[in-house]
Design a protein around this ligand. Structure first.
Ligand code: AMP
Ligand code: GLY
Length: 426
């Protein structure tokens, strides 16, 4: 089978690493990929939202399966683009339809979906220009902190947690009257603040059946002790100690199954991953958000623990045969630690040489590339998140120590990583 993966981060390196292990994978391409993905396949210089370019490439290279890493092409409708084109119809597309991708692409859609299907989530109201004044009045009497969410995709920046009413009303005005997060952010979801511990749960679904993948916890703040600004993710661990059998059964019964049944009932075409961003409040799980793709860096901690052939799983996803699949998980712990560029998530430099990559002893560990590029014979930085080191361990502590040791052998100017990934459980 010839497979094309879209995307260029650590998640896509993990996908290419895993898919290339399958005997069913003949040729593997990554668009645009990074210096790490080129170890497992051929990088091609096409942007993940260039649908016409992707189409041409698929036809010229007899692609059988398209695996979409990031949300943007999904929210822009790449699934529907492939399904309605007679030349592309036979290609398996791993991802939801444009409607399904609205679970991530529109916070208002996701909240209304959860309400229709009785999925536990924070109480909310939605506002736009038409009921702006009502929104201001609503905010004035809302308990603090107040959570404001821009409706559309906002590159991970569209959620604001406001500590008081003055701040909340000022931000609300900026979002609706001044399009702080663009046109799609002129609709705002105002949400009750939930206090608890977060985790990420993943399923693969064919729209009717699903399989549960290993869960993970990611660490979003740039500095140790969960301080500093939010990032795309500074590390991840799997399994998550508090996600025991009882808790996961509750997640399945109150969240996963109602969601899958909702997708089925509403006839939403969905052949891909659902990432449930959950929070445990007291003993109960609530949905903070849905994503229509895998997480990054969670994928780098989750896929190494998956023993199944991923091509088999994805093929079953596409053919609506997931009821026949059993997930097999490596019982060991994984810890992924992300090395980022100095300044990230603010301004940072690119093009810095990365030293020491060849010195890494990869026994029970994998260094995934996130933002890297190959130039002549040198691997250089090409993004804010640069590398994601994943290690296995019999304990979380051993896995974390090993990933730290690996990153200690790598060097680039301004490199920063967190040594306290998993800290609350150690
Ligand atoms: P999102 O961009 O939807 O992932 O949200 C970013 C982060 O905001 C989440 O990971 C949570 O930490 C936080 N967050 C979002 N919604 C809520 C909520 N209702 N209560 C508390 N924290 C929230
Ligand atoms: N790590 C969070 C995300 O992928 O959205």
């Amino acid at each position: 089978m010839n497979i094309l993966i879209l995307g260029s981060g650590g998640r896509e390196h993990a996908f290419s690493w895993k898919l290339s292990q399958s005997s069913k994978c003949s040729r593997l391409f990554i668009a645009p990929g990074n210096a790490g993905t080129s170890q497992y396949g051929t990088n091609i210089n096409i942007h993940a939202t260039d649908f016409e370019g992707i189409k041409r490439f698929c036809l010229e290279n007899a692609i059988d399966m398209l695996v979409i890493g990031p949300e943007e092409p999904l929210v822009k409708g790449i699934y529907n683009f492939f399904r309605k084109d007679p030349e592309l119809k036979s290609i398996m597309v791993i991802g939801p339809s444009q409607k399904g991708a609205q679970l991530e692409g529109s916070k208002a859609f996701a909240k209304a979906f959860m309400q229709r299907h009785h999925v536990p989530t924070a109480a909310y109201r939605e506002f736009d220009e038409d009921n702006y004044q009502e929104g201001v009045d609503y905010l004035q009497s809302h308990a603090t902190p107040i959570v404001l969410k821009a409706d559309g995709l906002a590159a991970g920046k569209g959620v604001l947690i406001c500590q008081n009413h003055v701040e909340a009303i000022a931000e609300f005005e900026l979002m609706i009257q001044h399009a702080k997060f663009g046109e799609a952010g002129k609709k705002v979801v105002v949400e009750e603040f939930l206090s608890g511990i977060e985790l990420s749960v993943f399923v693969l679904t064919d729209g009717e059946n699903y399989v549960l993948l290993p869960e993970a916890k990611d660490y979003k703040r740039v500095n140790e002790g969960d301080n500093g600004p939010n990032t795309g993710g500074m590390g991840a661990i799997s399994p998550v100690p508090f996600a025991d059998e009882t808790f996961m059964q509750q997640v399945i019964q109150t969240i996963i199954e109602p969601t899958i049944n909702g997708i089925k009932k509403e006839k939403i075409e969905y052949h891909g991953f659902i990432f449930f961003g959950l929070i445990k409040v007291g003993d109960n799980p609530y949905v903070i958000e849905y994503n229509c793709r895998m997480g990054d860096p969670e994928t780098e901690a989750v896929l190494p623990r998956l023993k199944n052939d991923l091509v088999d799983l994805l093929e079953a996803t596409s053919k609506k045969q997931l009821q026949n699949q059993q997930i097999e998980t490596d019982p060991r712990h994984t810890a992924t630690i992300v090395a980022v560029s100095g300044g990230y998530p603010g301004e940072y430099q690119k093009g810095l040489p990365i030293e020491g990559l060849d010195l890494i002893d990869e026994d029970d560990a994998i260094v995934f590339h996130a933002g890297t590029k190959q130039e002549d014979n040198q691997t250089i930085t090409n993004g804010g998140r640069v590398l994601a080191a994943t290690s296995f361990g019999d304990s979380l502590q051993k896995a974390v120590r090993k990933s730290i040791a690996i990153l200690d052998t790598v060097q680039f100017d301004g490199m920063h990583f967190r040594s306290d990934i998993g800290f609350e459980f150690l």
